[in-house]
Design a binder for this molecule. Structure first.
Ligand code: PHB
Length: 255
């Protein structure tokens, strides 16, 4: 793949272009994309034009550039996230019916939690989680579960990075986080009251594959002060066990 004078490959440039889109910025001009991707305007116009031709990007009726449906189609149908999501959704629905708050499924991706599904009820409380959105490991209940069950050297690497606050109650002290992770392993679940937003509590449990490896976290986000902690944990554990069984029955491979 041809490299640019700055040394980045065509694939890297395409990824930089696609990464300028997020849930708050779904439509842009090619010049805006160039600025945000830190690429020359002419290069960006050329690549954007090719991506429009292939359908990976689309132009809307205002002439703005958006992520194309074709890109969603190609990336979704072969992805391991979709397989896990499909197996998990029936069990997430059961949690949803019983608890009637937001229910999420998340996996570890690099140094963050990546959410692959979110179910919400009309009238559910605040929740910043988005499908295909990320949250920091140390701040969210799902992240705490995934981090607590990660290899020791990975945990140490995260504990050694600046633990940035998301809210006033996020754990930012490595020693406190280490204790919290030990508690999550001991209890088998994580409670994160106000760690993301002061008004809500996240509660998460691990989802294991058939070999007992933690491959995902299942969580509920509920209004602070109305947690119904034991009922929620029981519902989450039942669902997580159901997902593990479904993974086994489907011979699903998480990696
Ligand atoms: C959590 O998982 O702890 C969490 C996630 C999103 C929120 C609140 C809490 O908005």
């Amino acid at each position: 793949m041809a490299n640019s004078p700055s040394g980045d490959s065509m694939v890297e440039r395409i990824v930089r272009i696609l990464a300028t889109f997020d849930s708050g910025r779904t439509a842009q001009t090619a010049s805006e994309i160039a600025r945000r991707a830190r690429l020359p305007v002419s290069t960006t116009h050329r690549i954007v034009s090719d991506l429009l031709t292939s359908g990976l990007l689309e132009r809307d009726e205002d002439g703005m550039v958006r992520i194309g449906l074709r890109l969603w189609e190609l990336t979704t149908r072969g992805s391991r996230a979709l397989g896990l999501r499909e197996l998990a959704v029936p069990f997430m629905n059961e949690v949803q019916r019983e608890i009637r708050e937001h229910t999420q499924l998340a996996v570890l991706d690099e140094d963050a939690v990546l959410f692959i599904e979110r179910l919400s009820d009309r009238g559910s409380g605040a929740n910043i989680t988005k499908v295909a959105g990320r949250l920091p490991l140390h701040a969210s209940s799902s992240g705490l579960v995934l981090l607590a069950h990660s290899p020791g050297d990975f945990q140490e690497a995260i504990l050694g990075t600046p633990l940035r606050p998301v809210s006033a109650e996020t754990i930012t002290d490595p020693r406190t986080l280490r204790e919290k992770l030990a508690e999550v392993r001991r209890l088998g679940y994580a409670v994160a009251p106000g760690f993301i937003e002061s008004v809500s509590t996240g509660i998460a449990v691990p989802v294991e594959d058939r070999a007992g490896r933690v491959i995902a976290a299942l969580s509920v986000v509920m209004p602070r002060g109305h947690e119904r902690e034991q009922t929620t944990i029981s519902a989450l554990r039942r669902a997580a066990a159901g997902i593990t069984k479904a993974i086994e029955d489907a011979n699903f491979v998480s990696r």
